[in-house]
Design a protein. Structure first.
Length: 357
């Protein structure tokens, strides 16, 4: 099968097609993880994006459902250097997602690092793709909506309440699902915390009816500014229940506090981001997947920055003892990635039970 990746600036990369035979549009990003391609593909935070893996050999250890972070593939398209297993190709076909391989992923990565994320079109076909079609594809890529104009969260949030009961419950969490990863729920259950998973637009009064020890705003795709209903819900919950957040949830809490966020040039996506805990004076290697960040100068004075990224000094965590808030930009569950920061789930439960840190 033939494949072509066309960028909005006119760059054209031809390779071999894999997965579904179709045409997709999306924001082109890169992930630096060496393993975890199944978790990456099924992470709801990638909705709306075409993902390039920087590590060249992808597919070499197969696909297993226990690695899924959701009910299926959520990326729009997949770009790799070498496809090393038939299972990955079948996996893409099963979820009607196209892929392309035998392209220069180093070139793509350097381009995004230099100029920032770009809109792109990925096309796979059983027939050769003619040069005369390329100009049309470039225009389609250019005219595609920016992700900040699309509210992606409703596409990946649960539509109904789902209760995950811990066998020996010590705490109860209401998880506001903006595109949650399954490993986050698993980490809470492993700590005997019952998780009540609710849709992203659940009103605060409904959440409080469950009498949670704390509320967790989950990760998810897109621009936090677009998730207006969840921001308003968090505003209503402040002072009534301890609040925690991961990734998009961290950004939503920031907006609810009156702070601001901004779109990064190319974001953090991978499993090797160094984060410093300023309170403990420790460094953790973390898993991350985000294209937006918090403007530290816009935060209220009673909110402390307690984690920073050592690569670029961006805000990686906020804490407030007065408001009972704890949130992080990175992924403490580490799926895929290191488990250095999994202790944060214990901190979240502690915040809920003690109402203090």
């Amino acid at each position: 099968m033939y494949g072509v990746l066309v960028l909005e600036d006119g760059t054209v990369l031809k390779g071999k097609g894999s997965g579904a035979e179709k045409e997709v549009l999306g924001e082109l990003v890169f992930n630096t993880s060496m393993t975890g391609y199944v978790e990456v593909l099924t992470d709801p935070s990638y909705k709306g994006q075409i993902v390039t893996m920087t590590y060249p050999l992808i597919g070499n250890y197969g696909v297993e459902e226990r690695w899924y972070e959701s009910d299926g593939i959520k990326v729009e398209g997949f770009v790799i250097k070498d496809l090393t297993g038939k299972e990955l190709d079948d996996f893409l076909k099963e979820y009607d997602v196209p892929g392309i391989y035998h392209v220069d992923t180093r070139f793509i990565t350097r381009k995004i690092r230099s100029g920032g994320v770009v809109k792109a079109l990925l096309k796979t076909s059983s027939e050769p793709i003619e040069d005369k079609e390329i100009e049309e594809y470039i225009e389609l890529a250019r005219s595609h909506k920016d992700l900040s104009e699309i509210d992606l969260v409703p596409m990946v949030s649960t539509n109904e309440v789902v209760i995950h009961r811990a066998e020996n419950e010590v705490a109860k969490c209401v998880l506001v699902d903006c595109g949650v990863k399954r490993s986050i729920i698993r980490c809470l259950l492993e700590r005997n915390c019952t998780v009540i998973q609710v849709p992203y637009n659940t009103p605060s009064e409904e959440i409080l009816k469950y009498k949670p020890d704390f509320v967790l705003i989950s990760n998810g795709p897109g621009d936090p500014v677009a998730v207006k209903e969840t921001v308003e819900t968090v505003k209503s919950l402040m002072g009534k229940v301890p609040l925690t957040g991961i990734c998009l949830g961290h950004q939503i809490i920031t907006l609810a506090l009156g702070g601001e966020t901004y779109k990064m040039k190319f974001g953090h996506r991978g499993g090797n981001q160094p984060v410093k805990d300023l309170d403990r004076d420790k460094v953790h290697i973390t898993s991350q997947n985000h294209g937006y960040a918090v403007k530290s100068e816009t935060l209220p004075k009673d909110i402390a920055v307690w984690n920073i990224n050592l690569n670029d000094n961006t805000v990686e965590g906020l804490i407030s003892k007065e408001k009972n808030i704890l949130c992080v930009q990175y992924h403490p569950e580490g799926g895929p990635g290191p488990h250095d920061a999994r202790y944060l789930f214990d901190e979240m439960i502690k915040l809920g039970l003690e109402k203090d840190l």
